[in-house]
Design a protein around this ligand. Structure first.
Ligand SMILES: Nc1ncnc2c1ncn2[C@@H]1O[C@H](COP(=O)(O)OP(=O)(O)O)[C@@H](O)[C@H]1O
Ligand SMILES: [Mg+2]
Length: 333
């Protein structure tokens, strides 16, 4: 059976797939099994502690927060939940007034349930606003609980962190993403070949939002999901071109490696597009460990220089030369 959450698809043809296929129940959130299990326990037992959800984009933080609040509060959701998104004003005054008013509001809830304030992308709040938040958190802890989402928990001030349990999310595995894509292509009757879905998984790099968006963009642009179309739509250099370049450097063949690089550069890919894909492929390339470490080191340095603004073809050519020499420079253990 298709994953549930999927089954509700098809009602609205105009929603982007990321929204249409956003799981509404905690049980339908894929990956991060520890985090999901913890949330299910909280949803069942109530008495939600203040929570910080932290982790990279597109891994299910916002989805989890919404699902948890719905499971805890059911029909009381509208009355008992205050959602403040990054697009809302969340300066000190709003925290002082809006949040405080909500925290003071009387809502009758079943025992063990609390009003919930959801703060998405809380790491974008100023530290002043966070200080004000912290005080509300202390004063109203009997009636109101907070759920914060952020990419990096260290951007949340220490006194808030120490009042919250932290739920960590990591990038989703290729398998988890692929399974979800398979459900979606079935529900949407997408024409595809397996290599096309693999390409989508590759471009997403553990980010489900990216995966669904890239799948939908490829489908609406080409009506067919194969590798070529995916890399065209996502505007990323084709990994096959890059991995053949890696192979040439491993063989010490600078001419061929350079030809490949020049080709990519002439196609209009920026040095940072190229280096990002190169790094991901090197990381997973089948080569001796000591060589891989050397490669990663050199790619890392080049990435740094490119990030500093020196993204020329010469920079990339220099990198290829270093990689070609890595075999002789690095010693096998
Ligand atoms: N773990 C997951 N399981 C299923 N779908 C997911 C998961 N993570 C993200 N998605 C999909 O990606 C979209 C964005 O996820 P979201 O929870 O908003 O990510 P973020 O971690 O950036 O808050 C969701 O609408 C959903 O379609
Ligand atoms: Mg989010």
């Amino acid at each position: 059976m298709a994953a549930s959450g999927i089954s509700q698809g098809g009602k609205d043809y105009h929603l982007p797939w990321v929204e249409k296929y956003r799981p509404s129940k905690i049980a339908d959130i894929v990956g991060n099994q520890d985090a999901v299990t913890r949330l299910q326990v909280i949803a069942r037992d109530g008495n939600m502690p203040n929570l910080i959800f932290s982790g990279p984009p597109g891994t299910g933080k916002t989805t989890s927060i919404l699902a948890l609040a719905h499971e805890l509060l059911g029909p009381n959701y509208k009355e008992a939940v205050l959602e403040l998104n990054a697009s809302d004003d969340r300066g000190i005054d709003v925290v002082r007034n809006k949040i405080k008013m909500f925290a003071q509001k009387k809502v009758t809830l079943p025992p063990g349930r609390h009003k919930i304030i959801l703060l998405d992308e809380a790491d974008s709040m100023t530290s002043g606003a966070q200080q004000a938040l912290r005080r509300t958190m202390e004063i109203y802890s009997n009636s109101t609980r907070f759920a914060l989402a952020c990419n990096i928990s260290s951007k949340i001030i220490e006194p808030i962190q120490s009042r919250c349990a932290i739920v960590r999310f990591g990038r989703l595995s290729e398998q988890d993403i692929l399974n979800r894509l398979l459900d979606v292509v079935e529900a949407e009757k997408v024409a595809y070949i397996p290599e096309g879905l693999e390409a989508v998984v590759f471009t997403a790099d553990g980010d489900m939002r990216q995966a669904l968006n890239n799948l939908q963009a490829t489908f609406s642009g080409f009506q067919f999901v194969n590798q070529e179309n995916v890399f065209k739509v996502c505007d990323q250099p084709h990994p096959l071109l890059i991995s053949s370049m890696i192979r040439h450097t491993l063989e010490g063949n600078i001419d061929e490696a350079y030809r490949g690089m020049k080709h990519l550069f002439d196609m209009g890919y920026s040095a940072s597009d190229i280096i990002t894909t190169l790094f991901r492929l090197v990381k997973n390339y089948d080569m001796a460990e000591y060589l891989k470490l050397e490669f990663i080191r050199e790619v890392g340095f080049a990435h740094m220089r490119i990030a500093d603004g020196v993204g020329s073809l010469l920079q990339l050519a220099g990198l290829l030369a270093k990689l070609c020499k890595a075999r002789t420079r690095a010693k096998a253990p």
